[in-house]
Design a protein around this ligand. Structure first.
Ligand SMILES: *[C@@H]1O[C@H](CO)[C@@H](O)[C@H](O)[C@H]1NC(C)=O
Ligand SMILES: *[C@@H]1O[C@H](CO)[C@@H](O)[C@H](O)[C@H]1NC(C)=O
Ligand SMILES: *[C@@H]1O[C@H](CO)[C@@H](O)[C@H](O)[C@H]1NC(C)=O
Ligand SMILES: *[C@@H]1O[C@H](CO)[C@@H](O)[C@H](O)[C@H]1NC(C)=O
Ligand SMILES: *[C@@H]1O[C@H](CO)[C@@H](O)[C@H](O)[C@H]1NC(C)=O
Ligand SMILES: *[C@@H]1O[C@H](CO)[C@@H](O)[C@H](O)[C@H]1NC(C)=O
Ligand SMILES: *[C@@H]1O[C@H](CO)[C@@H](O)[C@H](O)[C@H]1NC(C)=O
Ligand SMILES: *[C@@H]1O[C@H](CO)[C@@H](O)[C@H](O)[C@H]1NC(C)=O
Length: 410
């Protein structure tokens, strides 16, 4: 049987950079999953330069080796083989579907020395694995998901354009430095080594970016996040993404205790909610010198002393600034009076700047800001994840009433 890459591409598989198409010899095509429970089952494949079908390794074997096979037009998976220590397939250049390794507790040696093209990589719970064994480097891969391994680096994972890149709970991973240029679905890096430094300096756009528990972020060439960007529970001291011009969805910067500095100096618009909350060492919320439009609600909470958005002219949702610090509300009061805040809710309350802090509801003209509640928080995930339970601002309400009365007079 002849089975060519061109046909696979037509059938909707990921496009492969490899231009060689390897014919599948007769006897090497399987309509049902080939289950290998012993090395002899894999030895039976050694006359196949290419295989059409899925291979599943399971059972008691402690080493598994696939010799001579250059291409698998299908998936290669191994799970439920608790003794598997080593898996080698050094001739293999291409796997069109998944390379899936799951729950292999003693696997400490992987060797895919020639592998360059894989539909997707899915490695979950490989607690003995420290090296990926991708000597040639996988340059073509749609989706990479690596969770709960002991990998010390992502050397060998070198794709240029991916849909998904999700790296989580790999406690030995101290840094990620990737040449990825675009991510059409989601980039997520969370809960790896305490000091994971994340560098994506070639990335020009990503649909969605989420970071938890990282220690530095460098994305020096990114211009667009089509959907949402969130940085949570991280020990980044400086969050500087000055090349970023547009965020289509929410921007969330929450619970980053070491954060002292933010620089998004080219960012002009955020399509969804805008939340900066609970960054306990952040004294000043600035670094948004070009930001003109926010499509959802603004929530700024914490203990900061100053917040400024010099070009901000339109907030389509509500506005809620509450700080135990000494922020000045003048800028936001002015914006609100000019009609720049379109949502019903407007709260700006700070520890000492009480004369300029107001709390009113535009709909009622009274001080009952709470009546305008839920719809103002109606941004997607980011903003809704922030609760209203922030700073105590009771002493402000009298000024709220005054301001509301003043505004009613205008
Ligand atoms: C795992 O493999 C063992 C044999 O090694 C088998 O008895 C068991 O049913 C398998 N479990 C699953 C979930 O496949
Ligand atoms: C991560 O970056 C920080 C500051 O940029 C640096 O001090 C630290 O040594 C880096 N950690 C690693 C593991 O590279
Ligand atoms: C930066 O991104 C642009 C596309 O926005 C691309 O043309 C350029 O090559 C990238 N530069 C680097 C250094 O990756
Ligand atoms: C963005 O990514 C996060 C984490 O991967 C996910 O929970 C969320 O649904 C994604 N959002 C969008 C709009 O893709
Ligand atoms: C995201 O934005 C970039 C830059 O504007 C664009 O090239 C890309 O097609 C967009 N991607 C998606 C998934 O919308
Ligand atoms: C707030 O920060 C801006 C920009 O850094 C500065 O111009 C302004 O004087 C500050 N306001 C207060 C009250 O500190
Ligand atoms: C706004 O005023 C209302 C009514 O006085 C009060 O219940 C609410 O707690 C105030 N909210 C803030 C954030 O000050
Ligand atoms: C900020 O921290 C407080 C207290 O821990 C919590 O109640 C609130 O939900 C947090 N806000 C956000 C936006 O995470």
């Amino acid at each position: 049987m002849q089975f060519k890459l061109a046909l696979l591409a037509l059938a909707g598989y990921s496009t492969l950079t490899s231009t060689t198409s390897i014919s599948v010899p007769s006897g090497c095509s399987f309509s049902k999953t080939l289950t290998a429970t012993a090395q002899s089952d894999l030895d039976d494949l050694s006359s196949c330069s290419a295989i059409e079908g899925d291979i599943y390794i399971t059972g008691d074997l402690s080493t598994a080796s696939i010799a001579n096979v250059k291409a698998i037009y299908g998936s290669l998976s191994a799970f439920n083989c608790s003794n598997l220590q080593s898996l080698r397939a050094d001739s293999l250049t291409t796997i069109t579907k998944q390379l899936e390794l799951t729950d292999l507790y003693v696997l400490d040696t992987l060797s895919f020395g020639s592998l360059v093209s894989v539909g997707s990589i899915n490695w979950v719970t490989l607690p003995a694995l420290t090296q990926a064994g991708l000597a040639a480097g996988v340059s073509d891969c749609q989706s990479i998901y690596i969770s709960d391994t002991q990998l010390e680096s992502l050397d060998g994972f070198n794709p240029i354009n991916v849909e998904t890149f999700n790296i989580n709970n790999n406690k030995n991973l101290a840094s990620i430095n990737s040449d990825i240029q675009s991510i059409s679905n989601a980039l997520s890096v969370s809960y790896n080594g305490d000091d994971t430094n994340v560098t994506f300096d070639s990335l020009s756009w990503a649909n969605n970016i989420t970071f938890y528990s990282v220690s530095s972020i460098s994305m020096s060439n990114i211009s667009t996040v089509n959907s949402s960007l969130g940085v949570f529970e991280s020990n980044v001291e400086s969050l500087a993404i000055p090349s970023l011009k547009k965020i289509g969805g929410d921007l969330s910067i929450i619970d980053n205790d070491d954060l002292t500095e933010i620089d998004f100096s080219d960012l002009t618009s955020v399509g969804g909610g805008f939340v900066i909350a609970n960054n306990s060492n952040l004294e000043t919320i600035d670094g948004f010198d070009s930001l003109t439009t926010i499509g959802g609600a603004v929530i700024l909470k914490g203990d900061f002393d100053n917040a400024t958005f010099p070009k901000l002219s339109t907030v389509r949702g509500g506005f809620d600034l509450e700080t135990t610090g000494e922020a000045d509300c003048d800028e936001f009061n002015t914006l609100e009076k000019k009609g720049g805040i379109q949502g019903d809710k407007f709260v700006c309350s700070a520890a000492t700047e009480s004369s300029s802090s107001i709390n009113h509801s535009k709909t009622s003209g009274s001080s009952s800001a709470t009546s305008s509640g839920s719809s103002d928080e109606s941004t997607s995930s980011g903003a809704s994840s922030s609760s209203q339970g922030g700073a105590a601002v009771n002493t402000i309400s009298v000024f709220g009433i005054m301001s509301a009365l003043l505004l009613a007079l205008l």
